[in-house]
Design a protein around this ligand. Structure first.
Ligand code: SF4
Ligand code: SF4
Ligand code: SF4
Length: 375
């Protein structure tokens, strides 16, 4: 089996295919401190891409409540039961990924959810990790906690869905690393559904082929962010590209946040697929729980986030979340503003560090009118 370097687990690992990395890699940062679970992202994706027959219970984008929520039900528990807990030494994964310890011809470890696991896409919504005792009050720590986890396909560096497909109907685009299912080639064997550790490939019972998030590739080809990113009410999302040819660039906001500063972390890096949705861990959640999901970088990322007010370059990058429907390929902090440019070098975002305040007089002499709060 081919060996591939997986930077997220700090070592090489077995992967059934070899090949060069794409020219650039589509990637996303989600600041889940800010997500309010409004599900606008879910609905914008659903109305555009999955409103047809057979797609009733298919959500390419979903937002679940942790610790108890999950769509499909229990998606992240079942593989962990087989693999056991992740073991890290420093930044290096010591335990096995689902690709390892297997015969070369065997697909990666996984399981296929039952049809009913898709029936309740927001099971566990707003359920906290414990029950508040009568008379309990806040004393500076959160004994009861929960947080929202927005999820889409990770357009992985080493996709398990692609590795498992006996028809080679799944491919990763060379130009941007987006992972797609060729529905003409697919015969509905569902090996991809079984193999994806994130359960982000879905089987359509009517068309009888598999489907998944297509990364909004027609928009990406026009330099625009994905629908779930543009529609995000909380402006928690940034969509762009990681540099794959040469080292990370300081002026690329994705490179800067993910690779240089390591503020945002991959989800379940122990699954070995090299997922490209990166999460800024929620500050109010226990580190031991978060480390199971985001690996050993949680405490350092939280420390960076808490210090943002003194970290102008990083803060500037975060100010550009949701600032434009164009993909920001380059950014800079200029004086008191964060500025972003698109692939054509056109300025598409300029965000002040401090919101300007405009005070309008109660009486407008020019128009001879009085202004009231209700107008
Ligand atoms: S998240 Fe799943 S479906 Fe998406 S590329 Fe990775 S393995 Fe494939
Ligand atoms: S990138 Fe596009 S297709 Fe994928 S989840 Fe977001 S809106 Fe849906
Ligand atoms: S639109 Fe944004 S804030 Fe609302 S649920 Fe989706 S990710 Fe969270």
């Amino acid at each position: 089996m081919a060996k591939r370097m997986n930077w997220q687990i700090g070592r090489e690992m077995d992967y059934p295919y070899d090949g060069p990395p794409p020219k650039k890699q589509v990637a996303y940062v989600f600041d889940i401190n800010k997500c309010i679970a409004c599900q606008t992202c879910t609905i914008s994706c659903k109305t555009c891409w999955t409103s047809g027959k057979g797609q009733e219970t298919i959500f390419w984008n979903n937002v679940e409540t942790k610790p108890y929520g999950g769509y499909p039900t229990g998606w992240d528990l079942k593989l962990h039961e087989e693999l056991g807990p992740a073991e890290w030494r420093g930044g290096v994964l010591e335990s096995r990924t689902p690709f390892e310890g297997k015969d070369e011809l065997e697909p990666p470890r996984g399981y296929r959810p039952h049809d009913q696991d898709y029936n309740q896409p927001n099971l566990g919504e707003d359920e906290t990790a414990g029950i508040a005792d009568k008379g309990a009050h806040f004393e500076g720590i959160h004994p009861m906690w929960m947080f929202y986890l927005a999820r889409i396909c990770n357009h992985c560096d080493h996709p398990a869905c692609l590795a498992a497909c006996p028809r080679k109907a799944i491919y990763k685009r060379d130009e941007d690393g987006i992972v797609l299912v060729d529905q003409q080639r697919c015969r509905g064997y569902q090996e991809c559904v079984r193999a994806c550790p994130y359960k982000k490939v879905f089987y359509n019972l009517v068309s009888r082929v598999s489907e998944k998030c297509n990364g909004c590739f027609p928009r990406v080809e026009n330099g625009e962010v994905a629908l779930c990113v543009e529609s995000c009410i909380g402006k928690i999302r940034m969509h762009g590209f990681l540099t794959t040819q040469g080292g990370p660039r300081e002026d690329n906001p994705l490179d800067y946040i993910v690779k240089i500063r390591k503020l945002a972390l991959a989800i379940y890096p122990q699954f070995g697929t090299g997922p490209n949705v990166y999460y800024i861990p929620p500050l109010h959640i226990r580190n031991d729980f978060l480390e199971q999901i985001f690996g050993p970088g949680v405490a350092a990322a939280k420390k960076l986030y808490r210090n943002l007010k003194n970290d102008r370059q990083l803060l500037g990058a975060l100010f550009l979340f949701g600032a434009s429907n164009r993909i920001i390929e380059r950014f800079a902090v200029q004086g008191e503003e964060a500025v972003g440019w698109d692939v054509d070098g056109v300025e598409v975002a300029r965000v002040p560090f401090t919101e300007p305040v405009y005070i309008r007089e109660h009486y407008d002499a020019k128009r001879d009118v009085y202004r009231h709060n209700t107008t």
